[in-house]
Design a protein around this ligand. Structure first.
Ligand code: 7RM
Length: 648
C-alpha cells in the first residue's frame, strides 16, 4: 500500500542535436556505460582518479572510509584548500586572465574580475578577516545580495579555514539570528543594502537587530553597495573597502584536511527547527568539480549563468565551487527578473551573449505566465544549453523552456539533487542522453539510485516509491550541525543502509527517474496514493493555467480530498466555469479520482526563497487551521494573508 500510483504519461523524447553531440565530452552510450560501470564497480579507483586532477597539498591515504557509517570520510588524510582549488590552480595557466565573474547590478551597472583579480581580492579579504581575529575552525555568517563581494566572502572564509554559513539576504533578522546562534558564528559579512525591484533592500539593519545581545559575534564586515544610511557599532563594524584596502593580497591558504568543514547551510526541515547541513572540503570539491564539468559540458568560451542566489546550495555548488574549479566564466545578476521590465533576463542573455542558463521550474512557469513576447524581443541565439533544478518540472513548462527559450536547439538538463547531496545526482548528460519532459533521467557517475517500497525492496518498472541512494558519495553531507542523532534518524533511520532522499519517484522502462515530489506531500484519495506533482502537471497542461499547487485536506468520505490552488495566465478570467473545466480536464488527463474537490484561484503561491511551493502552509489553509511550525523561509508573507482572506 506504500506505493505511489503513476498517472503521468509522457512519451515525447528529445535527442541532442548532431552538432551538440559531436562536440560533447561524453557523446556515446558505450563510454557512458563503461564509466558508469567503473564508478560503481571500483568507486575508490574512479573517484581517486578524478580527485587527482585537483590541487591537493597532501596526498590522501584512503579514498573512502565507511567504517563508521553513516558518517563517511572521503580522501582520508588528504589536504586541500577550497579557495586554492578555485583560484590558485589557474594562476599559472591562461585562465588567470580570463573573466571569472561577470556581474550586472539591477540598475544596469556592470563589473567583471579575472581569475587573477579575484584571487587578489580574496587574498585581501582573507587577510582582513584574519586581522579581525577570524581563524581556522570558526564560523562566519554571510548575509549579502548577489555581488562579486559575496563570492569573495565565501572564498576568503575558505582560504583561512573558517566555515561559511550563507543566509539568504531576504531572510528576516529573526531567521538570521537563529542561524547565527545555532552555527556559533563569530563574525558576519554583509552589505549596507542591495537593489531589488528598483528599491534599496537594506541588510545592515537586520544584522544589527539579529545581533542584539549576541556577544559571540565580534566583527561585522560591511560592503557598501546600496549607499543607504546604516547604524554603526564602533569596534565591531568595519567597512569592507577599508578593511581590504589596508590588507595585502597575498594570503597563504590554510592547509585544510579533506574532512574539515567547508560550510554549513541551513535548510528547513519538514517541521520545526532549520537544520544546519554540514559539508566538508575534499569530497565536496571533487563532486562539484566533476558534475559541473559533465552536466554542463563546459567549454572555455562559455559564459554560464546559474540564476540561484548564493543563499542556497545551488549557488554554492554551481555559482561558486563547481564553475570556479573548472575555470569557467560565471555571470551574476543582483536584482529581480521583472525590473525594469519583464524581459530583463533575456535582455541580459542577449547583451552578454550568455551560453548556458540554469534556473528553477518555478521561474520558468513565471516567465510562461508573463508571456512569450518578452523573450521574443531578444536574440537568444547565444544559448546552447539549458538546465533546471529545484522541483519536478511539469512537461508543459519543460516544453515551453525548450521552445521559447531554447528555440528547439538547446538540450535541457533536468538535474535532481539536494542540499544534502552537495552535487547533482540524477541528470542527463547533454551530449548523450535523450531527454523526456519531466524526467531527470539517469544517475550520474558513482550514484547508485533506486526506487524502493516501505520495506526497502526495489520496485518494478514504473511503480512509485521512495527514492534512495544505496551508497555514499564524495559530496554527501557529513551531518547536521550539533545534531548527529537527527542526521542518522532523518536520512538513514528508515532503511539503515540506504540514504532516504525524502522524495517519491518511479523509474521507467529506460531506467529514467521521474521524481514525484516530497514524500510528505503524497495524496491519499480513497486509498489511491497520488503524487501532488502529477495532479499539478495535469492542471498546468490546461492552456489557461500556469501554475498549480495541490494539497490534501481531510475528508470524511474519501480520507483525503484534493484541494488545488491555481494561478492562471495573465489576462485570463477566473470563475465557476473555469473550475468546472479544470475538474473535467484533470478527470480526462488522470481519471475521476484525481478531480479536485476544491479549486481556488490565486495570484501567487507561498514559496520558499528558492522557489519551492510550501505545500505545508497550503495544507493548513485548505484544512482551515492555523499555521504552525517554521514560516521563516517563506518568500512573501502577503501571499499567505491573501490566501487566507480568500477563504470561502
Ligand atoms: C538543489 C536543491 C531538494 C529537493 C529535492 C526534491 C527537489 C530538486 C529536482 C527536484 C524534481 C529535480 N536542493 N528537487 N531538484 N525534484 N526534479 N530536478 O533544490 O535541498 O533545496 O531541495 O528539491 O524534492 O529533495 S534543496
Amino acid at each position: 500500500m506504500s506505493q505511489i500510483e503513476n498517472v503521468l504519461h509522457e512519451s515525447r523524447r528529445f535527442q541532442p542535436t548532431a552538432e551538440f553531440q559531436a562536440r560533447a565530452r561524453i557523446n556515446n552510450e558505450i563510454t557512458y556505460q563503461r564509466m558508469y560501470r567503473q564508478s560503481l564497480e571500483d568507486p575508490e579507483g574512479f573517484w581517486g582518479r578524478i580527485a587527482r586532477e585537483l590541487p591537493w597539498t597532501a596526498q590522501w591515504t584512503k579514498v573512502l572510509d565507511w567504517s563508521k557509517a553513516p558518517f563517511a570520510k572521503w580522501f582520508v588524510g588528504g589536504q586541500i584548500n577550497a579557495s586554492a582549488a578555485c583560484l590558485d590552480r589557474h594562476l599559472a595557466t591562461p585562465v588567470a586572465n580570463k573573466v571569472a565573474l561577470l556581474w550586472e547590478g539591477e540598475p544596469g551597472d556592470t563589473r567583471q574580475v579575472t581569475y587573477s583579480e579575484l584571487a587578489d581580492e580574496v587574498g585581501r579579504l582573507a587577510n582582513g578577516l584574519r586581522s579581525l581575529g577570524v581563524k581556522k575552525g570558526d564560523r562566519v555568517a554571510i548575509y549579502m545580495p548577489m555581488l562579486i563581494e559575496s563570492v569573495v566572502a565565501m572564498l576568503a572564509c575558505a582560504r583561512i579555514g573558517a566555515a561559511h554559513s550563507v543566509v539568504f539576504g531576504g531572510f528576516s533578522a529573526q531567521a538570521l539570528r537563529e542561524r547565527i546562534q545555532d552555527g556559533g558564528c563569530t563574525a558576519v559579512i554583509t552589505a549596507d543594502g542591495g537593489f531589488r525591484r528598483g528599491q534599496i533592500q537594506a541588510l545592515k539593519p537586520a544584522v544589527d537587530e539579529a545581533l542584539l545581545g549576541l556577544k559571540e559575534v565580534h566583527s561585522v564586515v560591511v560592503v557598501k553597495r546600496g549607499g543607504n544610511p546604516v547604524g554603526w557599532k564602533e569596534g565591531r563594524d568595519h567597512w569592507y573597502h577599508e578593511l581590504t584596502k589596508q590588507s595585502s593580497s597575498n594570503c597563504v591558504p590554510e592547509a585544510m584536511d579533506s574532512e574539515d568543514v567547508l560550510f554549513l547551510l541551513y535548510t528547513s526541515g519538514s517541521t520545526g527547527k532549520p537544520k544546519g547541513i554540514v559539508h566538508t572540503t575534499g569530497g565536496y570539491l571533487v563532486g562539484t568539480y566533476l558534475t559541473f564539468q559533465h552536466v554542463f559540458d563546459i567549454r572555455p568560451e562559455d559564459i554560464y549563468w546559474c540564476t540561484a542566489d548564493i543563499g542556497w546550495i545551488t549557488g554554492h555548488s554551481y555559482v561558486v565551487y563547481g564553475p570556479l574549479q573548472n575555470g569557467a566564466t560565471v555571470f551574476l545578476y543582483e536584482g529581480a527578473p521583472n525590473t525594469p521590465h519583464l524581459g530583463r533576463l533575456w535582455e541580459m542573455v542577449q547583451k552578454h551573449k550568455l551560453t548556458i542558463l540554469y534556473t528553477a521550474p518555478t521561474a520558468i512557469r513565471t516567465f510562461m505566465r508573463w508571456g512569450d513576447e518578452h523573450p521574443g524581443r531578444f536574440d537568444l541565439s547565444s544559448l546552447r544549453l539549458l538546465g533546471t533544478v529545484g522541483e519536478p518540472i511539469n512537461p508543459e513548462a519543460w516544453m515551453w523552456y525548450h521552445r521559447v527559450i531554447g528555440r528547439e536547439r538547446c538540450p535541457i538538463v533536468d538535474t535532481w539533487w539536494q542540499t544534502e547531496t552537495g552535487a547533482i545526482m540524477i541528470t542527463p548528460l547533454p551530449g548523450l542522453t535523450a531527454t523526456k519532459p519531466g524526467s531527470c533521467t539517469r544517475p550520474f557517475f558513482g550514484v547508485d539510485a533506486a526506487v524502493v517500497d516501505e520495506k526497502g525492496q526495489e520496485l518494478a518498472t514504473n511503480q512509485g516509491g521512495f527514492l534512495v541512494l544505496k551508497r555514499p558519495w564524495p559530496s554527501m553531507l557529513r551531518g547536521i550541525w550539533n545534531d548527529p542523532e537527527r542526521y542518522v534518524q532523518t536520512y538513514w533511520g528508515k532503511f539503515g543502509h540506504m540514504y532516504l532522499a525524502g522524495d517519491g519517484s518511479r523509474r521507467d522502462e529506460d531506467g529514467y527517474f521521474w521524481v514525484m515530489g516530497r514524500i510528505d506531500d503524497v495524496l491519499n484519495v480513497s486509498g489511491h496514493r497520488l503524487s501532488t506533482m502529477e495532479v499539478e502537471s495535469a492542471l498546468v497542461s490546461h492552456p489557461k493555467v500556469v501554475e498549480a499547487a495541490v494539497v490534501a485536506r481531510p475528508d470524511e468520505l474519501t480520507g483525503q480530498a484534493i484541494c488545488a490552488f491555481v494561478t492562471v495566465r495573465s489576462g485570463e478570467k477566473v470563475g465557476p466555469q473555469l473550475k468546472v473545466d479544470l475538474g473535467e480536464h484533470v478527470a480526462r488527463e488522470i481519471g475521476k479520482l484525481a478531480r479536485p474537490a476544491e479549486i481556488r484561484f490565486t495570484e501567487a503561491l507561498p514559496k520558499t526563497r528558492s522557489g519551492k511551493i510550501m505545500r505545508r502552509l497550503l495544507r493548513d489553509i485548505a484544512a482551515g487551521v492555523e499555521t504552525v511550525g517554521d514560516t521563516s523561509t517563506i518568500e512573501d508573507y502577503s501571499v499567505l494573508a491573501k490566501l487566507r482572506a480568500d477563504e470561502e
